[in-house]
Every structure is written in structure tokens, then in C-alpha cells.
Ligand binder design. Structure first.
Ligand code: NAP
Ligand code: F7E
Length: 327
């Protein structure tokens, strides 16, 4: 019999790639979505458009324990991928309360509902390199202490600790992936990589003049979301639950990303990029670099995309997007 997966955050970048991945593995895929998503499918479900007839979406809320209990009792999933979150770090400085509420309480509610009604389900928590924040060592491993620099990072440390505690206290199969930044043509427009590749396409087609950015000296370890969702599945399909860093082990600055993206359409970024101090964060995460040797060794996980292939994929896709949509 095919396995059942429940994905929270199924409408997001990772949720959509994970859905495709699990469908290929013959899973029955269920997703928790906000009610409004079902009312405005063409906008809110754009990443899932091509698979909508193969999955089941359920309206529900991460803010309501009762709605999560109902859903878990109804679906009885074998695996739960908890990806739903307020995931934009910058916004977490503007709305600390809803970020904490969704990210921390949402995680707690699901874990608690599983403990009461379906303790046999396997649970994946979407941890983040933002938990390392002001890094205590380079590169960062599963053992590196956390020092989050935003409420987003703090909410993810809380989710990570809750997940670990449910594993240790109740012997449940719960684990966290500590995923470093991963991007794709399906990345939200507010994140820096997509902001850049979308702007590159618009500038190339003459509908945008310049690109305002904040701290372009920030450094990240950037991978492709398609590669990273496979790691989530590998983590839930082991003998014993454990936490894993997922990264590329290579670091580039935002400036490197910008330079390469503009060069792919034969433009010099220096002519178009303007630094706007308003886009700086109150407390920045300056530099992240992951050490994913444990995942390579124990999960046999490996990424297919290099940094160059990732940027090429995103620029090409945004050139097509702007050409078709006109914006
Ligand atoms: P994303 O594209 O921003 O997707 C976030 C998802 O969460 C969307 O489906 C969104 O639904 C849902 N969501 C947000 N608030 C919600 C709420 N109050 N109730 C129910 N659903 C809610 O994020 P992503 O890049 O796919 O990331 C997936 C997960 O991995 C997130 O937890 C993120 O924090 C974490 N993460 C991401 C990265 C990365 O580099 N991408 C790295 C490490 C960890 P709507 O469509 O309705 O808004
Ligand atoms: O910023 C700098 C900014 O918003 C990257 C999320 O998926 O990955 C993501 O968080 C860097 C930062 O991603 C702009 O200051 C400069 O240093 O694309 P971002 P993020 O904050 O790294 C982690 C792992 C997650 O878990 C999160 O969910 O780029 N930057 N100028 C800018 N960033 C943005 N967004 N916009 C700018 O104009």
C-alpha cells in the first residue's frame, strides 16, 4: 500500500518540490493550506498548478491545535513534513509576534497532536542555518552552538528543541533538517536571489531601471531546493531519527550572486545596483557556511546543482517569466 504524507507549507517553494518528489515515489500526498488559498487557486497555488489533480488539499490553520488534531485523525499520515512557517527573516523584525506564534506554536501543536493521536507518524521539522546566526565556528555542523540573530532564528531554535525533546521524551521518530539557504525559480520574490534574477530579466527587457539592495557583502551557502527536498525524505526513511546539516560547503556573497546573474545577460551589475541602507537588517547574519559531511556519509545525500547552475536556472526561468507575463 502506498504511504501517506502530510505536508504543511505545501504551497511554498519546498512544499511544491517535495510534493513532486513524493508523487514520483508513489506517495499519497496531502497538504495543509490556509482556507483563502482554496478560494484563490490561480495565485496562491501557482507552484502546485501542474499537480493539483494528484494531491489532496485540506484547509486548516497552524494557529489552531484543534484543526491540526482533526486533520491528523482524518489523514493518519505515515510521514509529516512540517514546512509551514513565516519564513522571511526580514519580516520577522517587523512582526515578531506572528512569526513566533506561527513558527513556534505551530510546531508545538503538531508535535503535541501527533503524540496524543498518532505517535507512530514520522515527523520532519524544517530547521534553518539562521539558527547559527552570529556563527560560533566555521563551518557549521550539527554540533555548532546556536546564536540566532532574529525572531525568525529564535523561532526555529525553539522548533528544533521541541522536535528533539519529543524524540527524547516520548521516543517518537522526530528529526530536524538544518537546511542552509536553498533557492530555485519557485523562490518567493522577497528573497534576495529571486529579487535579483527577476530584476535582471526586467532590466534586460527594459521595464526596470535599477535594483536596490541592502548588504551585498553578506555571505551564504546557497543550494538548489530540488536537491534539498530529497534530503528531507532521506531523513524520515532511516532506522533512527537524527538531525542533519544540509548545505553545499561553498560560500558566495550576495555581490557574487548579483555579478554572475547580470553577466549571464551581458550586463555589468555596477551600472544598475544601488545600495539602500533602509534594506539593511537591524542585526545581520553576515556569513554562513555548512559542513554536511554527516548527511553525505549517513544519508548518502548529494547535491546535483552547483552555484553557477543554480543562478543560470533562475535567470533563464525569470527571462521566460517576464517575457510571458510582461512584468
Ligand atoms: P516559503 O516558500 O516561504 O513557504 C512557506 C509556506 O508556509 C507556505 O506554504 C505558506 O503558505 C506557509 N505558511 C506561512 N504561514 C502560515 C500560517 N500561518 N499557516 C499555515 N501555513 C503558513 O518557504 P520555503 O522556502 O519553501 O521553506 C520551507 C520551510 O523551510 C520553512 O519552514 C522555512 O522557514 C524553512 N527553511 C527554508 C530555507 C530556504 O532557504 N528556503 C532554509 C532553511 C529553512 P501560504 O502560501 O498560504 O503563505
Ligand atoms: O537574504 C541580504 C540579506 O532574505 C539573504 C530564508 O529562506 O534562508 C533565507 O533567509 C541575504 C541577507 O534570505 C537584500 O541581508 C541584501 O544577508 O534572501 P534572504 P535569508 O535571510 O538568508 C534561511 C536559511 C531561512 O531559513 C529563511 O527562511 O541577503 N540582502 N539585500 C537582502 N535580502 C533581501 N531579502 N532583500 C534585499 O534587498
Amino acid at each position: 500500500m502506498s504511504k501517506k504524507a502530510l505536508i504543511t507549507g505545501i504551497t511554498g517553494q519546498d512544499g511544491s518540490y517535495l510534493t513532486e518528489f513524493l508523487l514520483k515515489k508513489k506517495y499519497k500526498v496531502h497538504g495543509l493550506v490556509r482556507r483563502v488559498a482554496l478560494e484563490d487557486k490561480s495565485h496562491r497555488l501557482w507552484r502546485l498548478r501542474h499537480v493539483l489533480n494528484k494531491i489532496t488539499l485540506h484547509p486548516g490553520s497552524l494557529e489552531s491545535y484543534a484543526s491540526l488534531v482533526k486533520l491528523i485523525q482524518k489523514i493518519k499520515p505515515d510521514e509529516v513534513y512540517h514546512l509551514g512557517a513565516q519564513s522571511y527573516v526580514d519580516y520577522s523584525f517587523k512582526d515578531e509576534f506572528s512569526t513566533l506564534n506561527t513558527n513556534m506554536n505551530g510546531t508545538h501543536y503538531i508535535l503535541s497532536a501527533l503524540k496524543e493521536f498518532l505517535p507512530s507518524a514520522r515527523f520532519y521539522f524544517a530547521g534553518s542555518s539562521e539558527m547559527f546566526g552570529k556563527v560560533r565556528e566555521v563551518p557549521q555542523t550539527e554540533k555548532t552552538p546556536f546564536y540566532p540573530r532574529s525572531v525568525y532564528g529564535i523561532s526555529k531554535v525553539a522548533g528544533y528543541d521541541l522536535t528533539r525533546n519529543y524524540r527524547e521524551a516520548y521516543n517518537m521518530y522526530c528529526c530536524s533538517g538544518i537546511l542552509f539557504n536553498h533557492e530555485s525559480p519557485r523562490r518567493g520574490f522577497e528573497f534576495v536571489t529571486r529579487k535579483i534574477t527577476h530584476a535582471v530579466a526586467r532590466i534586460k527587457f527594459g521595464i526596470q531601471k535599477d535594483l536596490k539592495l541592502g548588504n551585498i557583502d553578506a555571505k551564504r551557502d546557497w543550494g538548489h531546493a530540488k536537491d534539498y527536498v530529497e534530503a528531507m525524505w532521506l531523513m524520515l526513511n532511516k532506522k533512527k531519527p537524527e538531525d542533519y546539516v544540509i548545505s553545499t560547503g561553498k560560500q558566495y556573497s550576495v555581490r557574487d550572486f548579483v555579478k554572475l546573474a547580470f553577466s549571464l545577460v551581458d550586463l555589468d551589475y555596477k551600472k544598475y545596483v544601488k545600495i539602500d541602507k533602509k534594506l539593511y537588517r537591524p542585526s545581520e547574519v553576515k556569513s554562513l557556511l555548512g559542513d554536511c559531511r554527516k548527511a553525505k556519509r549517513e544519508l548518502k545525500w548529494k547535491q546535483k546543482y552547483t552555484f553557477k547552475k543554480l543562478v543560470e536556472d533562475m535567470v533563464k526561468s525569470d527571462l521566460d517569466f517576464v517575457k510571458k507575463q510582461g512584468y
